[in-house]
Design a protein around this ligand. Structure first.
Ligand SMILES: *Cc1c(COP(=O)(O)O)cnc(C)c1O
Length: 401
């Protein structure tokens, strides 16, 4: 007997669930990449991507994952020896910092741990302590996917302005875009990056770098930029191949086109609102489970939690047991703890993450929570009673009559 037979549910923070419309759009013969429908479709994708990022500025598309967009963005504005300030709230902040180090940047890290958001006062102090304006850019994770921390990017812009500092504001929105509210232009973000496989519901393999005219002006001062990562021809191509620095990622583009159609049909404000209700339902269940057992939400203050991913600590041996039980018995795959080692748990196996990004609705969230509820019972893991009711109450309050 295998209770997990049925539709599997990948609830890890990327890749996310692919909608059937996206999969269907990709299932076709290889197209002409030089002219015709594919080229026109690529052109149609550009303004629709801008709408998702809430920007009127430029976008360059890369055939890469999120790590590639880290490097792409840095390569256009950071030369070896340039200083970058990296406020970090988890593994992904450190990851972008490490990518900058690899490119020869002089990295100034401000580590805020892995369960608290940016301390904007400390960031402002660090900027004020740089009167010669050696810091060329601030690299900020909007959502750190390892910790589930949501950072205040608008507030970070205010801190830069209060310090009178001209550094570029660069935001990693790989987890957040299409899930948590993000407004590139209104918030004064100079460069925003994202990738296809999270809120954009398309398989991993496409990366996006949005940049404004301030960032373009910095790019223009660079002595040398890697030909492949250079955003200039990609954002303003004279030939179709220049969008991608080579062969177009044909089937990813069909998938992305379908995903953008879904996003615009629903409306980005409605998407953010849906993610908000579903995330709060998950948190409500987790809080109740935690009242009668060891489960804790990694980020205590809901205001600083992402609507895309939630990191949880269950401790050893339960964390790994629970993830395994729901995968084997319920067809639900939860995310592993990432960068969460602690004394007695060097691999962070006491942690796990629930992704709630992209193509998901109430029955998926309640099914996933129900699977966790069953795991608590099956594994005799101590937990509070009434979690499903708590989640249902949030959903009821957020639903239509
Ligand atoms: C997923 C993610 C990345 C890395 O993306 P990959 O596609 O795994 O390279 C970087 N930053 C954030 C915030 C992410 O969520």
């Amino acid at each position: 007997m295998n209770l997990s037979n049925g539709r599997p549910y990948l609830a890890i923070p990327g890749p996310s669930v692919m909608p059937d419309d996206v999969l269907r759009a990709m299932h076709r013969a290889a197209p002409n990449i030089y002219e015709g429908a594919l080229v026109e479709m690529t052109q149609s994708i550009i303004p629709d991507l801008r709408r998702v990022a809430r920007t009127a500025h430029h976008v360059a598309i890369y055939i890469c994952n999120g790590h590639g967009t880290w490097e792409a963005a840095l390569s256009n504005v950071i030369a070896p020896g340039d200083r970058v300030l990296v406020p970090s709230t988890g593994r992904f902040g450190h990851g972008w910092a490490d990518m900058a180090t690899g490119l020869g940047a002089d990295v100034q890290l401000l580590d805020f741990g892995r369960s608290a958001p940016f301390d904007l006062t400390r960031i402002e102090q660090a900027l004020r302590a740089d009167p010669e304006h050696r810091i060329k850019a601030v690299l900020a994770s909007h959502v750190d996917t390892s910790s589930g921390v949501l950072n205040d990017i608008k507030g970070l812009r205010a801190a830069l302005d209060a310090a009178g500092h001209p550094a570029l504001l660069m935001a990693d929105c790989i987890a957040s875009m299409g899930c948590d509210r993000f407004e590139m232009d209104a918030w004064g973000v100079d460069i925003a990056i994202t990738a296809s496989q999270k809120g954009l519901m398309t398989p991993p393999g496409l990366g996006f770098v949005f940049f404004n005219d301030r960032a373009a002006a910095v790019r223009a001062t660079m002595a040398r930029v890697s030909r492949y990562w250079d955003w200039v021809p990609r954002a303003a191509p004279e030939q179709p191949y220049q969008y991608f620095g080579g062969t177009a990622p044909t089937h990813h583009l069909y998938g992305l086109r379908a995903a953008l159609d879904m996003i615009h049909a629903e409306g980005i404000e409605n998407i953010w609102a849906r993610h908000d209700v579903l995330a709060r339902a998950i948190w409500a269940a987790c809080e109740v489970w935690g009242q009668g057992g060891p489960l804790t939400l990694n980020v205590a203050d809901p205001a600083h939690r992402s609507r895309a991913v939630t990191a949880l600590r269950l401790g050893l041996p339960y964390g790994a047991q629970l993830r395994k039980w729901v995968e084997v018995n319920a067809g639900v795959t939860l995310g592993i703890g990432l960068g969460m080692s602690e004394p007695g748990d060097p691999d962070g196996k006491g942690f796990f993450r629930i992704a709630h990004m992209g193509h998901l609705n109430v029955h998926m969230v309640m099914g996933m929570l129900g699977a966790i509820q069953a795991a608590f019972v099956a594994q005799s893991i101590p937990h509070g009673a009434g979690a499903m009711d708590a989640a249902a109450a949030v959903i009821a309050a957020g639903s239509h009559a």
